[in-house]
Ligand binder design. Structure first.
Ligand SMILES: *Cc1c(COP(=O)(O)O)cnc(C)c1O
Length: 398
């Protein structure tokens, strides 16, 4: 149980992204730390004190590996957090947190709009398998959140901006409600990223970030992080979920994400700026039924986002086109610069339709129920992205 080392704490996030977690390699003097693919490490001569579920000793790759630890130093620095745990995926991180915090009989309040796996975990897995009482709430309605809370509420979980509607939730207000009722608050910060939002400073107890997305940023490695200043609970997560459930990150993926994270602040600023331009263009384009992006003054979450976000409003825009599911697919297939694939936060722009037959469509605000598309802005020239969207709309007669 120790705070992550950060010799660059007083510097700007871009300086920390370059320097934190790296050092000269002992032995060779190389200016990059190596990739350690070993499964196991030399044991001490006296085994009587070894705890095989501990993460303190380098012993076996699932108990922790150097590349994981160096990436944890970097991610903790990006978030200004005392501790970080890096696991195999964003969902692995969410599960590790929920699994450690919750037991049968506990109550959870989760958002009506959330990442698909969070919906699955609370809508049909934790409740039906483990008797955890779960209730969905509209997190933009503070009175509804208060009403959803019971004396058994252990955890309130939110996402802001949320996936896939890009709605904004008031972190500080929900933290206050949770804490007044003896509950903890976890925030999925993947869409905002640490360049734009620091939930721990706004009162959250835990943050989850899918490193697969903006922090790695190159669409070629999966990982997820949990951030917190609660060192004792973080060690419980290591012991209960990392070592004994096992979704530790592979050293190679940790190494790959570490490399991606160096340029994260630079890439994210570009993505913020391009997204703002593209959202503004979409808003005035005919046949676009709505644009959900918190950087637009017309957005219902804009004033709140201005308060709790900085540097920009992230890289995901949701919008609607005035047509049916089939034409939406044809539009996506006509794009030349933008890639038609799931995921977000890559170097390339990604587009993903949210069809009207999605089982959760009725949970979303009304305007999202027809022609709804999630768009993740990449690093291409924003003018090229706009021209591509425009030509593909015209190609399907819109
Ligand atoms: C992608 C995503 C996750 C899950 O991350 P994986 O690495 O795919 O498991 C969690 N939350 C949000 C908001 C995401 O976009």
């Amino acid at each position: 149980m120790a705070k992550k080392e950060n010799k660059f704490r007083e510097y700007d996030i871009s300086t920390q992204a370059v320097h934190t977690g790296t050092d000269y390699d002992e032995g060779t003097g190389a200016v990059r730390r190596p990739l350690h693919m070993a499964n196991s490490y030399k044991l001490p001569d006296d085994l009587s004190q070894v705890n095989y579920s501990s993460t303190d000793l380098l012993m076996y790759a699932r108990n922790g590996n150097p590349n994981q630890h160096w990436l944890e130093e970097k991610i903790a620095a990006l978030y200004g957090a005392d501790d970080a745990i890096v696991l195999a995926s964003g969902v692995g991180a969410l599960h590790a947190l929920f699994w450690t915090l919750l037991k049968s009989g506990d109550h959870v309040v989760y958002p009506n709009v959330s990442y698909m796996a969070v919906y699955r975990m609370f809508h049909e897995l934790f409740n039906k398998k483990f008797n955890v009482d779960t209730v969905m709430a509209d997190m933009t309605d503070l009175e509804a959140v208060k009403k959803a809370i019971t004396p058994e509420t252990r955890l309130v979980h939110i996402e802001t901006p949320d996936n896939p509607t890009v709605g904004i939730t008031d972190i500080e207000a929900i933290a206050k409600i949770a804490h007044e009722n003896g509950a903890l608050l976890s925030v999925d910060n993947t869409f905002a990223s640490p360049l734009n939002q620091h939930p721990l400073e706004l009162g959250a107890d835990f943050v989850v970030d899918a490193l697969t997305k903006f922090i790695n940023g190159h669409g070629d490695a999966q990982g997820g992080a949990i951030l917190s200043n609660n060192l004792e609970t973080m060690d419980r997560i290591r012991y209960e979920a990392q070592v004994n459930v096992g979704s530790v990150i592979s050293p190679f993926n940790a190494w790959q994400i570490f490399r991606g994270s160096v340029t994260f602040p630079l890439r994210m600023q570009r993505i913020n700026d391009s997204s703002q331009k593209i959202a503004e263009w979409l808003e005035q384009r005919e046949n676009i039924t709505f644009v959900s992006y918190p950087g637009l003054p017309s957005n219902p979450g804009h004033e709140l986002a201005k308060r709790q976000m900085k540097n920009g409003y992230g890289g995901v825009i949701s919008f609607g086109i005035n047509t049916d599911d089939k034409t939406v697919e044809r539009f996506c297939a006509k794009l030349k610069v933008v890639t038609f694939a799931v995921s977000l936060g890559h170097d390339e722009s990604l587009i993903f339709p949210q069809p009207s037959y999605d089982e959760r469509i009725d949970l979303y605000p009304e305007k999202f129920r027809n022609g709804f598309i999630r768009f993740s802005v990449g690093l291409e020239e924003p003018g090229d992205i706009i021209s591509d969207l425009d030509q593909a709309l015209r190609a399907v007669g819109l």
